[in-house]
Design a protein around this ligand. Structure first.
Ligand code: PFF
Length: 457
């Protein structure tokens, strides 16, 4: 029985809604995915396509999730049960819960490395490192076997503890305090990186407009990235939307979150690439960039160690606030559908994530037992990532768009999104048109491409 009768918490203000939602969007994706992909796929041209994807796919799905959440004031499965009782639609919510677990299994592992790197930079481990010692330090971090697990546990203790405190006292307070700190730290890193000699090369890598690199693959990459970046397709925004206040202007929230998240990604790129190029290094993506290249180049500049502390602190904030939203999907579901306390739900879910997530952490070392287990060439870590990002998110997003565009009574959507104000009615109508046409078609194309049914070159 869902506990709809219990008084449900909400965020306390529009600013709280903004920072919590932005906290979900801003994550490791801004630091290790976005800047690199932008550089490789044509700089400014890719950025332009990314912005179009945000407008035609990202914002429409985000609004659809806000609608489902705020209208029902329920967790992701409960929301579909309320809007379409007795139907299969609740399984869109089930997929969301599954995706939240899978993303957490590998995300908490990478977050553990980030926390450990913050600790190491505070201890001064990176002072005077060489290319070789950067590699060794990374290998020691990920291979463990104890180190990565211990830090993954620390990460989940932090996330669990914040969630136990509740929506207002936990999520709201932490995101409202830490998101401005993150912004400040990133600007400090930008100033340092952009004043290095040869910084311009890095700026050129990021912004140089090259339409010849805009292949179909680049466009699909931009679409998938927009989806992961904005935490869409799995009910995060349904869950957070269920805590929004009635008067909140959902259009403004969606647009300002999408804009600020993109700004943080660009600022991250401006902190990373000028430094990388200034020291004659080649940019890469993922773990190599974050855990080897960055310590190496930052350690070579004046105030490098302080800057590394700032950089890994801001990355820890980004990872933590994104995880709050992922685990909140699970906590809201368990507290409401099974009537257990928030405390128990937070602890049990953190435990599940540590236990199963450790298989992701331990699979990174190819010489270990778990590292040697592969299905179709992928280990645990890669499978969790692949199934969630490439399958569950686009499929979930597609069904959410269809549900709000075609299954829901359009008057209900219109009233909720426009807050029953005629001023927003036109915007809502344009929005519904995009949600019904462009958004699902693009989502199906990303999905078919990512599972290899269509193959763009
Ligand atoms: N938006 C986060 C990032 O860019 O790192 C990742 C993420 C968080 C994806 C929450 C999905 C989600 F529900």
């Amino acid at each position: 029985m869902s506990s709809g009768l219990k008084k449900r918490e909400t965020f306390s203000s529009g600013i709280a809604v903004f920072f919590a939602t932005l906290g979900s969007a801003v994550g490791l994706g801004n630091i290790w995915k976005f800047p690199y992909l932008t550089g490789v796929f044509g700089g400014g041209a890719f950025l332009l396509v990314y912005v179009l994807c945000v407008i035609f796919v990202g914002i429409p799905v985000m609004l659809a999730e806000f609608f489902i959440g705020r209208n029902t004031r329920s967790n992701v499965i409960g929301a579909f049960k309320k809007l379409a009782p007795g139907t299969m639609w609740k399984h869109v919510g089930t997929m969301g819960v599954g995706a939240a677990y899978l993303i957490m299994f590998f995300y908490s592992c990478v977050a553990g490395w980030v926390y450990y790197y913050l600790f190491k930079s505070l201890r001064g481990d990176f002072v005077g490192i060489t290319t070789e010692s950067a590699k060794t330090q990374f290998a020691q971090t990920v291979i463990g076997p104890l180190t990565p697990i211990i830090w993954q546990i620390i990460v989940m203790v932090v996330v669990g503890a914040i969630l136990i405190m509740g929506v207002q006292k936990g999520i709201e307070r932490v995101t409202k305090t830490l998101m401005p700190v993150l912004f400040l730290l990133i600007v400090i890193c930008d100033i340092r990186a952009l004043t290095l000699p040869n910084a311009f090369e890095g700026v050129r890598f990021l912004f140089n407009v090259d339409f010849s690199k805009l292949s179909a693959v680049a466009i699909l990459t931009a679409l998938g990235l927009a989806f992961f970046k904005l935490s869409l397709g799995m009910g995060t925004m349904v869950t957070y939307g269920s805590y929004f206040t009635k008067g909140n202007n959902l259009f403004r929230t969606a647009a300002s979150v999408a804009f600020s998240d993109t700004l943080v990604s660009v600022l991250a790129g401006l902190a990373i690439f000028p430094a990388v190029f200034a020291f004659g290094m080649k940019p890469g993506a993922g773990p190599g960039l974050l855990f080897m290249t960055i310590p190496l180049v930052f350690s070579k500049m004046p105030f490098g160690n302080q800057l590394l502390v700032a950089f890994f602190f801001l990355s820890s904030i980004a990872a933590t606030t994104a995880m709050l939203s992922l685990v909140e999907v699970l906590v809201a579901y368990h507290t409401e559908e099974f009537n257990i306390s928030r405390r128990t739900a937070s602890i049990v879910n953190s435990l599940i994530i540590v236990v199963i997530g450790s298989t992701a952490a331990l699979s990174v070392d190819p010489s270990s037992l778990l590292g040697s287990i592969k299905f179709m060439g992928k280990g645990f870590f890669d499978w969790y990532d692949y199934i969630s990002s490439n399958i569950l998110l686009p499929v979930g997003g597609f069904f959410i768009a269809i549900f709000v565009g075609y299954i829901m009574k359009q008057k209900a959507v219109l009233d909720e999104l426009s807050n029953s104000s005629p001023k927003l009615a036109v915007a809502t109508k344009i929005y519904l048109f995009i949600l019904k046409t462009i958004t699902p078609v693009l989502l199906i194309i990303i999905f078919l491409n990512s599972i290899g049914v269509i193959n763009f070159k």
